[in-house]
Ligand binder design. Structure first.
Ligand code: ZN
Length: 159
């Protein structure tokens, strides 16, 4: 059966950046499992999986627009350290929730100096062109429960 809406799909993948560095992967023994058709994957990836069969192997290249978005300068900026009162030590890589015009957003500390903390609300992979090597491991029809919950159950699933 090809992958369509309400297929529960298990797939293995290797994710590499433009420079060839592997940044994430899942093997065939522990594949990623998801319910197709509900936007659980980034759009470009879900689109590419539609219609595939178990055993299919393919590679896709996603520009930032189809992956984690273009880098938005407006989501990065320096704040006074006093904005972080209550936090013992602010370090590069720490994450906080912060209020933006569009609502709460996770930000990552990208730089710290004596007076300022620079935070970045972009996804860590924003602006990156991503390459996925994908192997479809298995496909089955979702149960009624899974469709109601909008996620896959069982090994590798949500619960
Ligand atoms: Zn559930």
């Amino acid at each position: 059966m090809p992958i369509t809406k309400n297929s529960v799909v298990a797939f293995a993948y290797t994710l590499t950046e433009d420079d060839g560095e592997v940044i994430d992967s899942a093997g065939v023994q522990e594949p990623l499992v998801y319910l197709h058709g509900y936007g659980q994957l980034i759009a470009g990836m879900e689109n590419a999986l539609g219609g595939r069969e178990a055993g299919d192997r393919f590679s896709i290249t996603l520009p930032p627009e189809e992956a984690y978005g273009v880098y938005d300068e407006n989501l990065s900026g320096a704040l006074p350290r006093s904005a972080f009162h209550g936090v013992d030590e602010v370090e590069v890589g720490m994450q906080f929730q912060m209020e933006f015009p569009g609502g709460l957003r996770a930000v990552t500390v990208s730089a710290v100096d004596a007076r300022h903390v620079t935070v970045d609300g972009n996804h860590p992979l924003a602006g990156e062109t991503l390459h996925f090597d994908i192997e479809v491991v298995s496909i089955r029809a979702a149960s009624q429960d899974e469709i109601e919950h909008r996620h896959a159950h069982g090994p590798g699933g949500a619960h």
